[in-house]
Design a protein around this ligand. Structure first.
Ligand code: F6R
Length: 364
């Protein structure tokens, strides 16, 4: 039950450090500092490409994974939402791994896509939170998340647990393909082990984010911007906000701003920028300046370094711990979830049961 929390969604956001740690425990060997999948007898060395299929928030976890599989394992990745994939006659060649991501393991379009790939001879891997689900039963390689039951309709803890499993899978594929040295693998393990503590540090900003809700609640439209593996987080932030607060929100790759959405910018459109410091930071700062020059109000989510460099003149800033780029998408998930949550509370919507939405979409 909800315990001291007002909503299941709030409880599930706060459970993340524990459930992510719980999930990672079955994918990491901490003493040896290696990554190990639950079914270690399964050899993934011969995989030559990955096709990722999912819906909604699970699809955004897959988008993050694409960056990781390419960067670490040097595997070509194709990704699509299930409702498009299943009807577009995709090219599926031998040696492909088809990866399905689903909290429920029952989403109709994702399950249909899985069956399509199975018939086409792909090796089927699934990341699911319900181990007895249809997708779990039909998989060659079952990669469970251990998020526990997710009651809030808007997915939160299932998402970060999916990311944790996908990071471990990316590292495992990289090792199998000879793309990671022992030291690099150990470094990834170390970063993943640090994740729960970083999630706690992000959660410590809860009250501060609650205090910002009144800045966003009156908006009719909100934009979210991110780059690289944090771009899918911009999409996820926008989805979370529209689902539970009913404010129209869009996520964009920061560099796409000037190709259209910048036309929307004025004082009434808050722009949430997700930008950990690092090699791409400067580019995002210049996108932010373009927004500000047009009267746009920026909420910058970054680390101390990023905020020191670009925080001045922002409507608000939210300081995340400085983290390894690998785990940034997990950590930056927290402030976007909290922001959506508090804006919805400020608007007094039904947070756990948003209108028109169902927890499990078992019809097409
Ligand atoms: C968003 C949300 C949905 C689900 C989507 C897929 O908060 O919960 O977008 O992510 O319906 O559901 P699963 O992961 O069960 O396949």
């Amino acid at each position: 039950e909800k315990g001291n929390y007002r909503h299941f969604m709030q409880k599930e956001i706060f459970e993340q450090p524990v459930v992510v740690a719980q999930t990672l425990r079955s994918y990491l060997r901490r003493v040896e500092q290696t990554v190990a999948l639950p079914q270690i007898d399964f050899d993934l060395a011969s995989i030559n490409r990955v096709t990722i299929v999912a819906c909604g928030t699970s699809f955004y976890a897959g988008m993050v994974a694409k960056y990781w599989f390419e960067q670490f394992a040097r595997l070509p990745v194709d990704i699509d939402v299930a409702s498009e994939f299943r009807y577009r006659d995709p090219v599926l060649e031998p040696g492909g791994l088809a990866l399905f991501i689903s909290q429920s393991g029952e989403t109709a379009d994702t399950l249909a896509a899985l069956r399509h790939c199975k018939a086409a001879g792909q090796t089927i891997a699934v990341v699911v939170n319900v181990p007895t689900s249809s997708m779990a039963r039909e998989a060659d390689l079952l990669l469970p998340t251990h998020a526990g039951p997710e009651i809030g309709v808007a997915s939160t803890k299932a998402f970060t647990c999916q990311l944790a499993v996908l990071a471990a899978l990316a590292a495992h594929l990289a090792v199998k393909r000879g793309r990671l040295s022992r030291e690099e693998e150990a470094e990834i393990v170390e970063q993943l082990v640090e994740t729960p503590a970083c999630l706690n540090a992000a959660l410590a900003h809860d009250e501060e984010i609650a205090g910002m809700a009144h800045l966003i609640a009156p908006a009719r439209d909100v934009l979210y911007l991110g780059r690289g593996p944090d771009y899918p987080l911009a999409l996820e932030g926008a989805l979370k906000l529209k689902e539970i607060s009913y404010i129209h929100a869009e996520g964009y790759a920061s560099g796409e701003m000037k190709h259209g959405p910048i036309a929307l910018i004025d004082e009434a459109v808050p722009v949430i920028v997700l930008a950990p410091s690092g090699p791409l930071f400067e580019k995002t700062v210049s996108n932010m300046q373009e927004v500000r020059a047009r009267g746009g109000k920026v909420v910058l989510i970054s680390d101390a370094e990023g905020i020191a460099e670009a925080g001045e003149g922002c409507l608000a800033t939210i300081e995340m711990p400085k983290v390894h780029p690998l785990i940034a998408p997990l950590v930056y998930a927290v402030p976007v979830q909290l922001l959506a949550y508090h804006v919805a509370v400020a608007k007094d919507t039904d947070v756990d049961q948003p209108r028109n939405l169902a927890k499990s979409v078992t019809v097409e």
